[in-house]
Design a protein around this ligand. Structure first.
Ligand SMILES: Cc1cc2nc3c(=O)[nH]c(=O)nc-3n(C[C@H](O)[C@H](O)[C@H](O)COP(=O)(O)O)c2cc1C
Length: 158
């Protein structure tokens, strides 16, 4: 079974989480990068992303250079954005055929936890099997989380 880790991260906490997942499960790791880079300043980022979410915009991303048919397990890491998962990841699910894939979500947040996003992914991508994810507060993302991340993956059979 081949593994692909896909992540989106602006401030680095989800990136760190994704790298731990990749260290454990191996395979390929790819970052979803918007073609038009997001503002790194919080206020304009909040405003811009809110209108994307509210208008159902599917954020275009840079070419990933993958053949999705090569992978069985797709680990997807993202920060909670406006009580949902980010539009760039919605676009990933739209662009690639997820039929028969196993999706393993994981996310960072600042209070919403999983925020119901795993169920949202199940609803949006019914052609895939979506396993139970792991949520970690972005502000608590550090090396000490590695054992929690590995335990979660081991419980899922990885
Ligand atoms: C645009 C935006 C919207 C956010 N919305 C939420 C939210 O709805 N719930 C929540 O708990 N945290 C929210 N956050 C906090 C992020 O999920 C959190 O800081 C995350 O760890 C950032 O991940 P990153 O470091 O990988 O970019 C939001 C942050 C941003 C920038």
């Amino acid at each position: 079974m081949k593994n692909l880790v896909i992540y989106f991260s602006i401030f680095g906490s989800t990136k760190q989480f994704a790298e731990m997942v990749h260290d454990k499960v191996g395979g390929e790791i790819k970052e979803l990068k918007p073609i038009r880079p997001y503002e790194k300043e919080y206020k304009p980022l909040l405003a811009f992303s809110k209108q994307e979410v509210d208008n159902g915009i599917l954020t275009p991303f840079e070419e990933l250079n993958i053949d999705i048919r090569d992978y069985d397990n797709i680990f997807v890491g993202y920060p909670m954005w406006w009580y949902t998962y980010p539009p760039i990841l919605k676009n990933f699910f739209k662009k690639y055929d997820m039929t028969g894939k196993t999706i393993i979500p994981f996310n960072t947040h600042e209070g919403s936890g999983t925020g119901g996003t795993y169920q949202m992914i199940r609803n949006d991508v019914p052609e895939a099997k979506v396993l139970d994810g792991l949520a970690i507060r972005g502000g608590s993302m550090n090396e000490k989380q590695r054992s929690n991340v590995y335990k979660w993956l081991e419980n899922l059979g990885f």
